[in-house]
Design a protein. Structure first.
Length: 227
């Protein structure tokens, strides 16, 4: 569950990125977050992952209150939230398996958990035969699938994807978004930040549009600018 109520975020330089934003995303929901550059999308992601704290209002993520979260609680929050980035952020000198191992060891997973979980997530994203390949031996779409697998390693209840298809051609973009939709059908809450209008329209999911640090439209269907 994600709940943002009258959230304000003002940065030290005086920039107000969010101006009373209210948004709720229920368990198992799928939503696209859209809007022009500077509308507050990146700030929303940083708030939901605990990278920054709100200036005002309330932010709740999977039972954690970001308004008064303790520092020791942040790693626990992040285990419930998987993040997928546009630039993949894979370690180039490690193969797919070792990229997965590195991510699991970072959160204290046991060797038994690692041996059990990695084959499962690689199979889920269709890369069960690519575990010994290095990132530069994979296509862009395959690299993004590795990034998705990594986000799933800790069995998060929520996935936040920041422009996950921004570096891919249209065919690969559709493939990746279809995969994310299937993962959502397994029960994972999905919030996807994107500027790709055609993809949003194709899937007919909930579309939340930001502008000026506020929600200006929240509907199911198409990416439409409301005036």
């Amino acid at each position: 569950m994600i709940r943002m109520l009258d959230v304000v975020k003002e940065y030290p330089n005086g920039t107000r990125a969010l101006n009373g934003l209210t948004l709720e995303l229920g368990d198992g929901e799928f939503a696209f977050l859209v809007g022009p550059s500077g509308s507050g999308k990146s700030t929303v992601i940083k708030l939901l992952t605990g990278e920054i704290m709100p200036t005002g209002g309330r932010v709740m993520v999977n039972g954690f209150s970001l308004s008064n979260i303790k520092e020791w609680q942040i790693p626990h929050l992040r285990r419930t939230v998987g993040v997928i980035f546009q630039d993949f952020r894979l370690i180039n000198n490690k193969n797919v398996w070792d990229n997965m191992v590195f991510a699991m060891r970072a959160v204290g997973a046991s060797p038994k958990e690692i041996q059990k979980r990695i084959p499962y997530v690689l199979d889920l994203v269709g890369l069960e035969n690519k575990s010994r390949r290095f990132p530069d031996e994979l296509s862009g779409g395959e690299q993004q699938r590795v990034a998705i697998a990594r986000a799933l390693l800790n069995n998060p209840s929520t996935i936040i994807a920041d422009e996950p298809t921004g570096n891919l051609d249209p065919a690969r973009s559709l493939e990746i978004m279809t995969l994310l939709s299937k993962i959502n059908e397994l029960g994972t809450t999905m919030l996807i930040v994107t500027h790709e209008r055609d993809l949003v329209d194709h899937f007919g999911k909930r579309v939340v549009m930001l502008e000026g640090g506020r929600v200006i439209s929240d509907s199911v269907g198409r990416y439409e600018v409301k005036r």
